[in-house]
Design a protein around this ligand. Structure first.
Ligand SMILES: Cc1cc2nc3c(=O)[nH]c(=O)nc-3n(C[C@H](O)[C@H](O)[C@H](O)COP(=O)(O)O)c2cc1C
Length: 417
């Protein structure tokens, strides 16, 4: 394959063209200003990425409901009151002919207890994370009316994103958040039309996709981020994932991103609970190729892409299986926001990031996130990244910041109630 494939345009099913095959994958920034709104830090950060030459950018989680945030510094979009803030974000993100899409999410039971809200989930099955479990609010099962309300919320947020000038939305159905909880037989123990066999467990996702597609215009892109598997015994499996994609084929989507894992099993960091993704680079590529073979929708794979050669390989056929269409890159783009420009200009830079190998899996996952978030913070302040930052200090600072943000959030909720 020639290096040009990475920089060849991709035409999506709705006719929208992405200028190259690299996507800045979603990274929750934790930079919302008071009222859970985007502001200067996010504008500076996304300005750097759009100038860096990437074809597609996804925001980090943007929440569809003010009472359910994946983290205390998360952005919420559920009404028009401050749409101007989002318009500015969209303007900056779409500069340089970049496609800029909003990732829309609901955490379900992956809700921190210090947010002070009731966690909602398909069933009242709490997260099992050993001594870390108590960091999360105990979930209660959603009622039928609440399920319908959340479906409508996804559609409303998508509509608002289009109005603000974003080019699309991505429905976050991976990583153990609410839609992923519905898909999981371990978490979803409902006995009504939303639980039981896979067709029922997937009904929530399909209903959201249908409502979102109907609420926006045809030129507005609609994507899904889906787990290739949860990497948990008895969880949402690779076979389940294949079936879900086969059904999504006819639902008017423009892109499917494949990832994997959850808070309980952080496979998206290459560290699943069941140790099944032995491969240390591009962890989900084999599965993504199999899916690409049966999918009419372009496929993007995300996870572990740091090297130019690996990126090129993923975009070529291998072993009789097709190439994937797009590559999602998160961590490497936090260290090099101009990675696409570097690669395009012939600098085959391999991004080297020493893994955090703390014994405790959950602490290691937190530490990894904190070090990367530290780089995002540096970029958002217009400062250089600090690859050598001390991981323990970065984690401590991140925890302190999160606790301050949680108390600001609780105050906001009290005053806006
Ligand atoms: C700091 C950080 C925040 C993240 N936040 C999100 C998020 O908001 N939504 C999401 O779908 N994935 C999120 N992810 C996961 C990434 O999108 C991606 O799936 C994962 O990091 C693997 O890709 P990578 O190896 O290129 O980093 C986050 C990852 C990091 C490191």
């Amino acid at each position: 394959m020639s290096a040009s494939t990475l920089f060849s345009p991709l035409t999506l099913p709705n006719g929208v063209v992405i200028k190259n095959r690299l996507c800045k994958a979603a990274m929750e920034e934790n930079m919302a200003e008071y009222g859970q709104l985007p502001g200067q830090q996010l504008y500076t950060l996304y300005g750097q990425w759009s100038e860096g030459g990437v074809g597609l950018m996804l925001t980090g989680n943007v929440m569809v409901a003010a009472n359910a945030l994946t983290g205390p510094g998360g952005v919420v979009l559920d009404n028009e009151d401050h749409l101007g803030r989002f318009e500015k974000w969209a303007q900056i993100g779409t500069a340089n002919n970049t496609q800029f899409w909003m990732q829309i999410s609901h955490p379900g039971r992956q809700l921190y207890a210090n947010m002070g809200e009731q966690a909602l989930s398909p069933s009242d099955v709490a997260l099992e994370m050993g001594s870390f479990s108590k960091m999360f609010a105990a979930p209660r099962a959603l009622t039928e009316a609440e399920i319908q309300e959340i479906i409508e919320r996804f559609a409303k947020t998508a509509q608002l994103a289009e109005k603000a000038g974003f080019g699309g939305v991505q429905i976050h159905s991976a990583h153990g958040y609410l839609i992923s909880q519905f898909l999981s037989p371990l978490v979803n123990q409902r006995e009504d039309q939303w639980g039981g066999e896979l067709a029922n467990r997937a009904r929530f996702l399909f209903s959201i996709v249908e409502r979102v597609r109907a609420a926006v215009s045809p030129q507005f892109c609609v994507a899904v981020k889906l787990n290739s598997a949860d990497f948990q015994k008895g969880g949402f499996s690779a076979e389940d994932s294949k079936w879900v994609v086969s059904q999504l084929n006819s639902m008017g989507l423009d892109l499917i991103e494949l990832s994997g894992g959850s808070y309980e099993s952080p496979a998206m960091q290459g560290n699943p609970a069941d140790s099944s993704t032995g491969r240390r680079e591009a962890y989900f590529i084999d599965f993504a190729r199999e899916i690409a073979a049966v999918s009419d929708i372009p496929i993007m794979v995300t996870g572990g892409i740091r090297r130019f050669d690996i990126a090129e390989q993923a975009l070529s056929e291998e072993g009789g299986l097709p190439a994937v269409d797009m590559l999602g890159v998160a961590t490497a783009m936090a260290y090099h926001p101009d990675l696409p420009n570097l690669w395009r200009n012939g600098d085959a830079l391999d991004v080297q990031i020493p893994p955090i190998q703390w014994k405790n899996r959950t602490m290691a996952a937190l530490g990894t996130m904190s070090v990367i978030k530290h780089q995002l913070k540096q970029l958002s302040l217009g400062k250089p990244v600090q690859p050598g930052v001390n991981a323990v200090l970065a984690t401590l600072r991140d925890r302190i910041k999160a606790s301050r943000q949680a108390s600001r959030y609780r105050k906001w909720r009290e005053t806006s109630a």
